[in-house]
Design a protein. Sequence first.
Length: 100
Amino acid sequence: MEYIEKESNYELLSFENWERKYKPMQNTKSTGIFFCTHDEDDIRFLKENQDNDALNIWTLVDGDGSELFIDSGYRFVNRIEYLITEVPRESKDILVQAEY
């Protein structure tokens, strides 16, 4: 697997370190941590959470080629799924190598 190169304004984390530090919430409708980008209930829950603290929202994104990464924030371009974490991130941007 190729790794994302560090952008000057991004902090890079492995999936394991991100999971341990930010503690992704379980989606009660499924057995996983992902929230569907096209499910009305998931989007409503996400928006309610975003109103409380946008620093808890993350997006699983399809990068260039076949790599996936988790980008900090509520993204629309190349989005696959959303994630919500119990612990808010710092205000800086973070990329997570999706190695799960």
